[in-house]
Design a binder for this molecule. Structure first.
Ligand code: TRP
Length: 336
């Protein structure tokens, strides 16, 4: 591992195969950070349990595998970085319990993401699980178990990071300096609009382009994309500045931007052909990724071995931190 003095931790919920929006946002940033810092990347499968239960949870295991395959294919290097699944280092759940003793309930109830989630799940603050309320405590445990000080996240996670700092500060104040206060490192994410042209690209809205899709699937999907709604006839000039297909050209066809812009605004390039050009750009850009992914997928045990080794190395750090925490808290030890 290389280290520029900082230790990076980040987590992603196992939602299965990732899409282009996850790639240009979080994942490429994770890959780049490996050159500068010691990085720990975690598939947070226990967090996935906060909003699913029953049979649905059987999706978690295959989803972890698919997501981690995407990570590795994107260039997350399991020899340089620590890559593991959260549940495989159960020490995090012990730290979660201990941190929960220094976290006022009011702090958790006030987190805006908690209120949003309750609404979104059509529940009440009384009916949701104890685990959902504690989501930010588990997230804090993830980070500080490894004494990570730098956390690459999107803006939506800032309230959680704020809480992580407060919990770490409170623990340090009560029991002596133990944890660094983790800082968010905001990921510069160009907003990737979905194929519906109306919302951020997301799997749940089914407006996404999967990284692992075949070139044919990608082309077929892009063919369904919405474009400038005011361009009704082929002969109407288009407005690339309002068009989501054009915004995807910026990411995947930087070499052809002028050509596309001129063609669209002069009505020489129709939307059908424009979308073919985009599909070609996406497919060219992802060709190397897709080749690596299918190679890793066909190597028996490749993902499993990476996760096992990651968990083993993560656990060694986790056990040290936990022993220190138990000592500071005055908990029992085998050497009473
Ligand atoms: N809450 C994060 C999300 O939904 C995922 C996450 C869990 C995380 N633990 C973390 C992110 C620790 C950064 C650090 O995206």
């Amino acid at each position: 591992m290389t280290t520029g003095g900082h230790r990076v931790f980040s987590g992603m919920r196992p939602s299965g195969r990732l899409h282009v929006g996850n790639y240009v946002g979080a994942l490429q940033n994770w890959v780049a950070m490996q050159d500068e810092f010691e990085c720990i990347y975690c598939a947070v499968d226990v967090h996935a349990l906060t909003d699913m239960q029953g049979e649905d949870t059987r999706e978690i295991r295959p989803n972890v595998r698919e997501m981690v395959l995407d990570w590795l294919a994107a260039g997350i290097d399991p020899d340089r970085s620590l890559v593991f699944a959260q549940s495989q280092v159960p020490e995090v759940m012990v730290l979660h319990t201990l941190l929960s003793m220094v976290t006022p309930l009011g702090w958790l109830m006030r987190v805006p993401t908690f209120k949003d989630k309750v609404r979104q799940m059509q529940e009440t603050e009384e009916s949701v699980s104890y685990g959902l309320v504690g989501y930010p405590v588990l997230m804090t445990a993830d980070i500080i178990l490894y004494k990570a000080d730098t956390v690459p996240v999107g803006e939506d996670q800032l309230p959680h990071l704020e809480l992580a700092r407060e919990i770490a500060r409170r623990f340090n104040h009560l029991y002596g300096p133990t944890f660094p206060e983790p800082q968010a490192r905001l990921t510069e994410v160009p907003l990737v609009v979905g194929l519906d042209g109306a919302h951020k690209m997301s799997k749940s809205l089914d407006n996404h382009i999967e990284l692992a899709a075949s070139p044919e699937e990608t082309t077929a999907r892009i063919a369904t994309a919405f474009t400038d709604p005011e361009r009704l006839r082929r002969s109407d000039p288009g407005r690339p500045w309002v068009c989501n297909v054009y915004s995807l050209h910026k990411l995947f066809n930087p070499g052809r931007l002028d050509e596309v812009y001129q063609g669209c605004t002069s009505a020489q390039l129709g939307c059908v052909e424009d979308k073919r050009l985009l599909a070609d750009g996406v497919n060219e850009n992802l060709a190397a990724f897709r080749e690596r992914r299918s190679e890793f997928e066909s190597r028996p045990g490749y993902v499993e071995d990476a996760l096992r080794e990651g968990a083993r190395r993560a656990q060694a750090i986790a056990r040290e931190t936990l022993a220190e925490v138990q000592e500071r808290l005055g908990l029992a030890s085998v050497a009473l």
